[in-house]
Structure formats: structure tokens, C-alpha cells
Design a protein around this ligand. Structure first.
Ligand SMILES: N[C@@H](CCC(=O)N[C@@H](CS)C(=O)NCC(=O)O)C(=O)O
Length: 127
């Protein structure tokens, strides 16, 4: 069964722009797991209503529905222990969590200033 990754997309499905979902793309690539990208627009929340909330990141794997990138990363770590480790499995996890918090509070603010106009230019007519 294919892993599905729901992520924000604009006019082109192959230009997903959620920084949170990028993390999970990197995680899936790192773990060499195939996945199906599922585009979702800002105004198209019905697509992810099954997850019980209204934001991406959402990952579906063998019937499991996981939302929020950190929870998804931890799920992948537990579900695929034979694949290369990304966030660590015990003692290392707090360091990974620190990196995530730093990325959220420091790096995203800078990145979004660089990306915002490009995201706007590629929005779908549905937004
Ligand atoms: N903590 C969440 C962040 C969720 C989030 O902020 N998602 C944004 C995309 S970057 C979203 O879905 N925005 C659409 C909206 O709020 O309508 C995660 O790590 O996945």
C-alpha cells in the first residue's frame, strides 16, 4: 500500500510549498520510502477532512492517518526501524526536537520572506 503525503500545492501539483511538508519529503527520501504526493489547496480543506483537522502535513500509511510533521517523522521512525534513522529513536530525539523548534522559530521567518512572492505567483485559482 502506497504512503500518501498531503501537502499544500498551488497551480502546479509538482510545486508543493509547505515548509512543514518539505521536511516529510526529505524524511521519506532519507528513508527511501515511495510515496504518492497528494496536492491540497488553501480553500480545499475537504481533501484532508478525514484527518480530523484542517492543516497539512497529513500522511496516510496502511490505514494510519498522522498529522503534523514532527508526529509524522516520529511515526516513520517507529514504523520503519530498518530504514536509515532521521530523528533518532530514544536519547537522540530531544536534539532533533530542538532542531525542529529552532527551524520553526528562527529559520522559517527568514525562508518565508524569500519564498512568499513566489508562492503567491504560483497559487491555484482556487487559492
Ligand atoms: N505543525 C504543523 C504545521 C501545520 C501548518 O502550519 N500547516 C500549514 C502549511 S505550512 C497549513 O496547512 N496551512 C493552511 C491553513 O492553515 O489553512 C506541522 O508541523 O505540520
Amino acid at each position: 500500500m502506497t504512503i500518501e503525503l498531503y501537502e499544500l500545492a498551488g497551480a502546479e501539483d509538482d510545486r508543493p510549498f509547505s515548509l512543514y511538508c518539505w521536511r516529510i519529503r526529505f524524511a521519506l527520501e532519507h528513508k527511501q520510502l515511495d510515496f504518492e504526493p497528494m496536492g491540497c489547496r488553501f480553500t480545499d480543506k475537504d481533501v484532508i477532512a478525514f484527518s480530523g483537522q484542517d492543516q497539512v502535513t497529513v500522511l496516510v500509511d496502511t490505514g494510519y492517518v498522522i498529522s503534523a510533521s514532527w508526529a509524522v517523522a516520529c511515526y516513520l521512525e517507529q514504523a520503519y526501524p530498518d530504514r536509515p534513522s532521521l530523528v533518532g529513536r530514544s536519547a537522540e530525539q530531544p536534539l532533533s526536537r530542538f532542531c525542529v523548534d529552532w527551524t520553526d522559530t528562527v529559520l522559517h521567518g527568514t525562508l518565508i520572506r524569500l519564498l512568499a512572492s513566489d508562492i503567491y505567483a504560483h497559487l491555484h485559482e482556487k487559492k
